[in-house]
Design a protein around this ligand. Structure first.
Ligand code: CAA
Length: 258
């Protein structure tokens, strides 16, 4: 299968859609798949016409995690230098908002990929989990860190130490998932959400993403100071003048990304 088939790229106006497409391996995140996904996301992030990115899988599986077959023979030394480690920080560095459309299994690296996204829309049949412990390893792409920050230590500990899966309703109650929809509707709902983000002023959207991302990494006083600087940057944009004028003049704003 040619490399580009591993992740199908679609464009719907200002929304770009990456569809993981390795059905025979339940969308396991092989090196080639991660390379293609990261390449696509970076291309889109550099394109000012793209305002939001959706990452989706198939109807029965979002992604079954890292490629276990590719990992079996990997030595300790090889895992220290394996390129897959670099894809995660590169995806996290994407300034364009990313929404995961999760249907079916999001396990291991699949759950971590969804958690790396800024929002998650899940089908009722979605299942999230970190089953690495059953393989003799632990999550290596954020499953102990991002998951814990979202759902708290006790709940994350149970998932990481037992490998138990959470269904969509539980994941929603735990704060992982933004919206739960009927099976087959997660991509449509994710695109709908992406279209709303895409209509917002793009500089302010990027600043908002940066500010919320920083909340996990900074103590409160430093985070508030950082937020204030980003807010001041937003105040310097032409779009905020347009947004405020449009409100006062009772009309739709025409944002230009300036
Ligand atoms: N890696 C490689 N191949 C995988 C895979 C994975 N993560 N998950 C599934 N496959 C392959 C299976 O080996 C099988 O291949 P063959 O046809 O050659 O036998 C094929 O996909 C279909 O799999 P199943 O028959 O198991 O499909 P299913 O529908 O009955 O079950 C599933 C689906 C529940 C997702 C099950 O496949 C499963 O449990 N997969 C493994 C999940 C897992 O342990 N993920 C963690 C990986 S480690 C990790 O992610 C580390 C990290 O932090 C980055």
């Amino acid at each position: 299968m040619p490399e580009e088939d591993l992740v199908l790229a679609e464009r719907d106006g200002p929304v770009a859609i990456a569809r993981l497409n390795r059905p025979d391996a339940r969308n396991a995140l092989s090196r080639d798949l991660m390379e293609r996904l990261t390449w696509l996301v970076e291309e889109w992030d550099a394109d000012p016409g793209i305002r939001c990115i959706v990452i989706a899988g198939g109807d029965e599986y979002f992604a079954a995690g890292a490629d276990i077959k590719g990992m079996l023979e990997r030595s300790f030394q090889e895992s220290m230098t394996h390129p897959t480690a670099s894809y995660w920080p590169r995806l996290w560095g994407c300034k364009t908002p990313m929404i995961a459309a999760v249907s079916g299994y999001a396990l291991g690296g699949g759950c971590e990929l969804a958690l790396l996204c800024d929002m998650i829309v899940a089908s009722e049949n979605a299942e999230f989990g970190q089953p690495e412990i059953t393989l003799g390893i632990i999550p290596g792409a954020g499953g102990t860190q991002r998951l814990t920050r979202v759902i708290g230590k006790q709940r994350a500990m149970e998932l990481v130490l037992t490998g138990r899966r959470m269904r969509a309703a539980e994941a929603h109650a735990a704060g992982i998932v933004n919206h739960v929809v009927k099976p087959g509707e997660s991509l449509e709902k994710a695109i709908e959400l992406a279209e709303v983000v895409a209509r917002r002023p793009p500089i302010a959207v990027r600043l908002g993403k940066q500010a919320v991302q920083a909340a996990d990494e900074t103590p409160l006083t430093a985070g508030l100071a950082h937020e204030r600087r980003l807010y001041e940057l937003a105040m310097a944009t032409e779009d905020r003048v347009e947004g405020m004028k449009a409100f006062i003049e009772k009309r739709r704003p025409q944002f230009r990304g300036r």
